[in-house]
Design a protein around this ligand. Sequence first.
Ligand code: NAD
Length: 503
Amino acid sequence: MADYQLFIDGEYCDAASGQTFTTSDPATNEAIGEVAKADKADAARAVEAARRAFDEGPWPKMSGAERAAKLRKVAELIGTKSEKLAEMEARDGGGTVKKATFADIPGAQSAFEWFARCAEDQPDEVELPGSPFPPSQNWVNYEPHGVCTGIIPWNFPFIMAAWKIAPALAAGNTSVIKPASFTSITALMLGEVFQEADIPPGVVNVIAGPGGTAGEELASHPMVDKTAFTGSTEVGRRIMQLASGTVKAVTLELGGKSANIVLDDADLDIAAAAVLFGTFFHNGQVCESGTRALVHRSIYDEFLSLLVDRAGKMVIGNPLDFNADLGPLVSRGQAETVERYVALGRDEVGEPICGGSRPDGLAEGLAAENFYRPTIFAGVDNSAKIAQEEIFGPVLCVIPFDSDEEAVAIANDSIYGLGGGVQSGSLERARKVAAGMRTGTVWINDYHLISPERPFGGYKQSGIGRELGVEGYNAYRQVKHVHANPGGGRDNYMHFSALSANI
Ligand code: NAD
């Protein structure tokens, strides 16, 4: 029996093949447990359970208020398990326990609470006054899609699972979720929460396993109505292809290379904090990270010295230590990707002004090969590969500019458009700059603040659709327009006028 089993049709179970894979803690390389490894057949079994629960079960027929009560229970139960969940989130993915405690676990709870509110407050029937075809009446019904699958990445496994499950369930859908193989544990632990909250069997299913088999089945199975994917742009393209077979609704939240613009009237102390937090939070393994800092030339040198001074003060260490700012990257492979990009940066730009290597002096027992120091390249041309490609590691490119217009042009010179920042002493000026940025979120004098109550998603190759907010709730609802003629003889039926009188 696996230590962490699949959660299908309300029960924990092994993969049909009996196969497992080992998941380990990247801070120490220590094995944490054996996880059941779903393949295509297990994914199909989970989809079939979700289909039955949607077609025959009580969930879609319950009122919004009844579903909301269940989702609030889920949020409450997550709270009772928060310490264990935070520890496993940190150990499985290498993020700090501080991040898990203050961002991931409460963030997931607030997603269930927000979508509970949506289930209660957003009407599922709206009258449309002023019929274009009098005397008919018209209204729209908002209805669940049916079976919704969610495929999620390794950087925020618990919160991403909540972002996919909570809106789907709130709107009356059923759900199958697949976390990434590096970080499956906390999503699988959610099964217990759903059992305790008395969510009917099959309404939520969580499977762990490879993207190429289990993931592809979730994106292509004909019984699936909608698929929501968060991950790399490359895999997002594949998901679109797979979903096109039965024309499923698709939401994609993909990669980014966001620009954080520091204007010459910014409070440099606060702007430096926004740039450092915007880039190095969770080692830059965040899709909306502001990994291109565009800095006005008149403050450029002063700002660079602030960045270098403070980047050097970040505490790199054991992620289970509450004082650690940065733990390891998610895997040795990811640390090697960072190393390759830093080597490329040395060729393209020259020596980084800080970082550029593994940290020295880590505590005994920590796997130094999985860690990397915050690294800053200055004087970068926006056309450099390190400024165009998503590195997903602690690497910042600093790019000078001379005017607001030039900053906006540089920010927009990217295939991505997910996040971005403007640091300025003038809200009016910052608003103008933000208006010019082709990106899904802009933080003015801040960074990374995401709430389930506000929409989140990307322009261009950063994705399709929005998660969170009312927009994210409606992404899980179909729209049905009903045109109703009250009757009362042939003269009341508009369509007769377009046909011969005797039809
Ligand atoms: P990834 O694309 O490699 O994998 C994401 C998920 O897709 C995993 O569960 C994986 O198993 C699965 N998968 C892989 N191949 C698949 C296939 N052929 N069919 C179906 N599923 C498949 O991404 P990752 O490395 O886990 O995460 C990092 C990426 O995620 C970065 O590009 C980052 O920007 C992006 N991301 C985006 C957001 C956002 O909201 N826009 C949030 C977090 C991460």
